[in-house]
Design a protein around this ligand. Sequence first.
Ligand code: HSE
Length: 447
Amino acid sequence: MTLTSVRPTPLLNISPLTPLRVALLGCGVVGSEVARLIIEQAEDLRARVGRPLELVGIAVRRYDQRRPGIDPELFTTDAEELVSRDIDLVIEVIGGIEPARSLILAALRHGASVVTANKALLAVDGATLFEAAERAGADLYFEAAVAGAIPIIRPLRESLVGDEITSVIGIVNGTTNYILDRMDTAGIGFAEALAEAQQLGYAEADPTADIEGFDAAAKAAILASLAFHTRVTGADVYREGITGITPADIASARDIGHVIKLLAICQLSPPIAGAADRTVSARVHPAMIPRSHPLAGVGDAYNSVFVESMSAGRLMFYGPGAGGSPTASAVLGDLVTVARNRLRGAVGPGESSYAARPVSEIGSVMTRYHLSLQVADKAGVLETIAHAFAEHGVSIETVRQNGRNANAQLVIVTHHARDAALSATVRALRKLDVVREVTGVMRVEGD
Ligand code: HSE
């Protein structure tokens, strides 16, 4: 589609005392911190932007919450009216799909630039937002949508845009990283670790989006789209959460010198002579990674994103990925940038989806599996099991037996194979008489 974009008018010839008018949509954990910083750091922000930033309104769902330090006159429950005022910059930190989408689109239609932290919306319908921004000649910035305070959107969108990124692997959900870290370091179970995460305010009262991997999948879609210049939505991302991880899985990982992390893995397939387009894949699932891997040391509720590219090589981004203050830091960074752009009559980069690469199904992704099996300990068992792997073209890297007689456990780690072949192997193993139970199946990544 060809878009008619409007070039924003530079504001440089307007008096430097004329403020840029800012509207804030949402005043929860992140929004209240953003408001506080805009108010308390007004002088520094003015100096950095070259013009004062005036917070003209804050849309809230209810008036009744007390927000110390914020003029109550700023609050309104009519967000639609707020974005239709003469506003330069709109910050959306409401989250969710609606009314956030309608409000962002209305703000762009009215010519405002938008800063959003809304990963769910970007993952579901980023294309509509980018097109609206392009049409309006306005900015759409979203550093806070992925990995909180960690600068990762701008590096992918700008710093590395001249390079070819081949892989982005991230720990992009702090709640699940906290839970898995506690299971590993304190030896506690999933339920206890989740309760701790809730007590510390990391996990929501309804933690589904975090522990089932939806939050990380939305972030994976955003990262894959930016890294590979193509459109990847949340629905394109294969997703498994961490609710099934047991202390036995944690111990199995430890036994082979690995640790379990919930990873968002975005990959560009290697070029193959004569093959059609290179494909991309995006998936979120728990995986065992070697303790020597740079992501293995990311503990507590921290986030980290590991990027590999053709020219730069390996890059690692690390920091706090959630919470009011860190997320507000990313929002304020975007706010200053879009304000500066506006003064110069410029806009930052829009969507880059020219490559239009097909997204691979999980079945065709190459990975490795770690399997734990309870087996009968007698002659011929190993041969029967090895045969099931061979039949599916899966090569075994290591086999170890623990225990014997009635309690024999086999631990098998495979070489790389297509995920479909690996899961077909697991189905075949479950049908074998000699296999009493498949007690653990986990992907192995990072080596
Ligand atoms: N709930 C997310 C996390 C932060 O635990 O990382 C917001 O995406």
